[in-house]
Design a protein around this ligand. Structure first.
Ligand code: NAP
Length: 457
């Protein structure tokens, strides 16, 4: 029986990633009866992960959740160490020397591909990079999107696709008081986009976005939603799906789309045009995207399990800007068992397992890197709690780490010339961003380069 978690020997937990699941995990660990220390690491100097770099700038209310995370970060036994990349600055093997348990909550940083010809042509982008760009993520600040085009096509009908469409659809007046990155706002001032086509491979009964998101398209200053009346005719299995109480959100989406289909085209200068039962099969263009070939689909299978199958019938849609928004994917970290196809860490209810399903002692995971890119911010709370419950159950059997001392690790990082950003450092950056934003009527102006963030310190 070990004395881990007692006054004699505090339980030392490292959390890799400081997004929502990282904070909920930190909260759950520190709420236990045990004597614990939680050190959170993030590769960026700023905490909050997707809340800062994923949630759309015009959805400020969702970002208020950072107030909860601030309180967690302020706990005496929680520390934040930003600007530290686990797997590069410190390997997982090295980290194990300093912590009894490690929870990976490093999210899903990249995106899924469509796997169609022409996907890599200039003018074809991923929603992931566009979202990161308008949110001021340092890795994407230099990206350029050709907004001189009039037609944009977005593949996918989830909430990320909706965010991309809405940012393209809004006027600068609608965005200028948000925390959108200034480089994005400047580019959007000159946007020529007139048509925004959202293309779903399944029908209006299988939308993956949420009702608030589709409602917003009826309230935009200078963009009308356009839905064809005939697209609202759905097969029997889809009708069955919509009658099922568990699909209440999809029913609300369907009703809203039906309402739009009865409005006609409208007179605003931009159009948000919904397409259903179509999949892109090729992107065509001479040196850049000029059109997308779409294949019409039919649904087959029983209710709630319907799949889209190509019918062979094709159509062309001329466009100069193309985004795929068909889901995020996690990236592997050396030393952590990973499922390449799923893009997530191998685990059993949050306990990391190897390819033979054997538990890897001391390693845990939570959030999108555990379960894949699904759910809203709050979904991560029960998910992280499940993981931490197992970690706490395992405490008696954990191997005590060799060097139970954070300052020893910080010294190593210093020797490696890594400028660790502490919570106090982050607070300085935070204040500077808020001040810079307030000068121009925004809630904050994010620093979009690591150097600018570190210069504040
Ligand atoms: P998502 O909700 O899983 O949606 C992915 C979409 O891509 C679905 O419409 C899916 O269609 C489609 N798709 C997948 N593979 C495809 C392919 N090969 N060809 C064509 N379409 C394909 O993912 P997401 O939009 O990336 O969002 C990730 C998570 O973040 C979601 O849980 C979302 O709700 C959440 N989120 C929430 C908010 C918010 O609360 N405001 C904002 C952004 C994101 P099928 O249904 O046919 O598979």
């Amino acid at each position: 029986m070990s004395n881990l978690g007692t006054n004699e020997r505090v339980l030392r937990v490292a959390i890799v990633g400081s997004g929502p699941s990282g904070f909920y995990a930190a909260d759950a660990v520190t709420k236990s009866e045990l004597n614990v220390i939680v050190d959170m690491f993030d590769r960026l100097p700023a905490p909050y992960g997707l809340v800062r770099y994923g949630v759309a700038p015009d959805h400020a209310k969702i970002k208020n959740v950072t107030k909860v995370y601030e309180r967690i970060a302020d706990k005496e036994n929680v520390s934040f160490f930003g600007n530290v990349t686990i797997g590069r600055d410190v390997s997982v093997e090295e980290l194990k020397k300093y912590y009894d348990a490690i929870i990976f909550t490093n999210g899903a940083e990249t995106d899924k591909k469509l796997g169609i010809p022409g996907e890599d042509l200039p003018g074809s982008y991923t929603a992931t990079e566009f979202v990161a760009w308008y949110n001021g993520h340092p890795d994407y600040a230099d990206h350029k999107f050709d907004l001189s085009q009039e037609v944009a096509v977005i593949i996918g009908q989830g909430n990320v696709a909706m965010d991309v469409c809405r940012i393209l659809a809004k006027t600068v007046d609608e965005l200028k008081t948000t925390d959108i990155a200034q480089h994005a706002l400047d580019a959007l001032v000159n946007s020529k986009i007139k048509e925004i086509h959202m293309v779903g491979r399944r029908g209006p009964a299988q939308t993956a976005f949420t009702p608030v998101e589709i409602k917003e398209f009826g309230e935009l200053e200078d963009c009308n939603p356009v839905v064809k009346a005939e697209d609202m005719e759905i097969n029997e299995a889809s009708q069955e799906e919509l009658a099922d109480p568990k699909n209440m959100q999809k029913k609300k989406n369907y009703d809203r789309l039906k309402e739009y289909s009865e409005l006609g085209e409208g007179a605003k200068s931009k159009k948000f045009i919904c397409h259903f039962l179509k999949s892109p099969v090729e992107l065509v263009g001479d040196g850049k995207v000029e059109k997308v070939i779409l294949e019409k689909n039919a649904l087959s299978g029983e209710a709630n399990k319907q799949k889209a199958r190509g019918s062979g019938e094709k159509e062309e849609l001329a466009c100069g800007l193309f985004f795929r928004s068909v889901g995020y994917r996690g990236l592997s970290i050396e030393g952590v068992p990973f499922h390449e196809q799923w893009g997530s860490i191998l685990h059993e209810e949050g306990r990391v397992v190897d390819e033979n399903n054997k538990v890897v002692a001391g390693l845990y995971t939570a959030g999108w890197i555990k379960r894949g890119p699904s759910g809203v911010v709050g979904t991560n709370k029960p998910d992280s709690e499940e993981t931490v419950k197992h970690l706490l159950e395992d405490v008696a059997s954990l191997t005590l780490c060799e060097i139970p001392d954070t300052s020893a690790l910080l010294n190593i990082l210093k020797e490696k010339k890594v400028r660790v950003v502490t919570l106090d450092d982050w607070k300085k950056i935070d204040v500077a961003e808020i001040e810079n934003g307030q000068k121009i009527g925004k809630p904050r102006e994010k620093f979009v380069s690591l150097n600018d963030m570190l210069a504040v310190l």
